[in-house]
Ligand binder design. Structure first.
Ligand code: PBG
Length: 323
């Protein structure tokens, strides 16, 4: 019966036909571009471990943000690198901290560009862990209190969305309460809900100097083998008040994105992390594959798995090709 009546190649016979029946679209509307800001003036320093990415200072980040907005990308995700680190990461919630000042500058110059902020301690603590250390362990509840302070300081500076990336239990609840109590009803939370302890963060940790000085992040970030537990993490974050939930990394965890899409109705973000970005860049630099085609293929796989939003260092490249 099937052949020759059914020939699926008919629907692939030319570019217009293929466009007509395309099931998934990759749109600049759903991309978020991460940006790195550090203390200083007039800085635009290439990040050695991440091709095409830079450290900016709060004055130079404005022009970059304007360029991102002009490309049609709706949001940036800000990461900060302080001059001074300490045991508890106090620069993370400083009113004149590098992220807080950058948020103000960006919102003043490019008000329509959404500013999302990474809420974490690892780049601010002398030991590089994502929380407060007590008896050689990361203390959950004490860390949540500090995370709420960081998120509030970002909201006060004008952030549209705060994104906790630490994986403490209950931190979304602490943050939601702090925002509500201070009148920031419309500041959204994008939680790094299912964040795995991954080797793919390597290039990023070089960029923000956040590798842990002892141990690893396996007592708070998820075990790579767990899918059901990832759904439990996501369900809890939604219950605690997350508006958008994230799966991270993306490529090695497409099954988690797919399962989350089946189960939950809120927007799902996927973080196409630094190691994924550099894996592709390194292969392209070695002349092994076509960078543009491979980028699109990689991002489409994340979309097809079910992500609504993709956070990616490729966002500007994609925008240049699709707008
Ligand atoms: C901070 C944080 C990390 C990343 C985003 N937020 C690093 C980590 O958890 O060690 C990784 C981003 C990337 O690799 O692109 N906790």
């Amino acid at each position: 019966m099937a052949f020759p009546k059914i020939r699926l190649r008919r629907l692939r016979s030319n570019a217009s036909m293929r466009r007509l029946v395309r099931e998934t679209t990759l749109n600049v509307d759903n991309l978020v571009y991460p940006l790195f800001v550090r203390e200083g003036e007039n800085l635009k320093e290439p990040i050695k471990s991440m091709t095409g990415c830079f450290h900016f200072s709060p004055d130079t980040i404005v022009a970059e943000a304007a360029e991102v907005a002009a490309l049609g990308i709706p949001a940036v995700l800000l990461f900060g690198l302080p001059d001074k680190k300490d045991e508890i990461g106090s620069q993370a919630w400083a009113e004149d901290g590098v992220v807080q000042r950058s948020i103000k500058e960006i919102k003043k110059a490019v008000p329509d560009l959404l500013v999302i902020t990474d809420v974490c301690l690892c780049a601010y603590t002398s030991h590089g862990h994502c929380g407060v250390i007590k008896d050689n362990k990361v203390d959950n509840d004490a860390t949540c209190e500090l995370l709420a302070k960081i998120a509030l300081s970002h909201a006060q500076a004008g952030a549209d969305i705060v994104a906790p990336s630490d994986m403490m239990d209950g931190r979304v609840k602490y943050i939601r309460e702090a925002l509500e109590q201070n009148g920031f009803h419309n500041v959204a939370i994008m939680s790094y809900a299912a964040k795995f302890a991954s080797a793919f963060y390597g290039p990023f940790r070089d960029a923000v100097d956040s590798a842990p000085a002892f141990g690893d992040r396996k007592t708070y970030q998820m075990d790579l083998a767990n899918a059901r537990q990832a759904l439990a993490e996501i369900a809890l974050d939604i219950e605690e008040g997350a508006d958008i939930v994230m799966v991270k990394p993306a490529l090695a965890y497409l099954d988690i994105i797919y399962r989350a899409r089946q189960r939950f109705d809120c927007p799902i973000a996927a973080y196409n992390v630094s190691g994924e970005y550099m894996m592709l860049n390194s292969a392209a630099e070695a002349g092994l594959l076509d960078k543009q085609a491979a980028t699109m293929e990689m991002l489409y796989s994340i979309k097809r798995a079910g992500a609504d939003i993709i956070i990616t260092y490729f966002a500007k490249d994609v925008a240049r090709k699709t707008t």
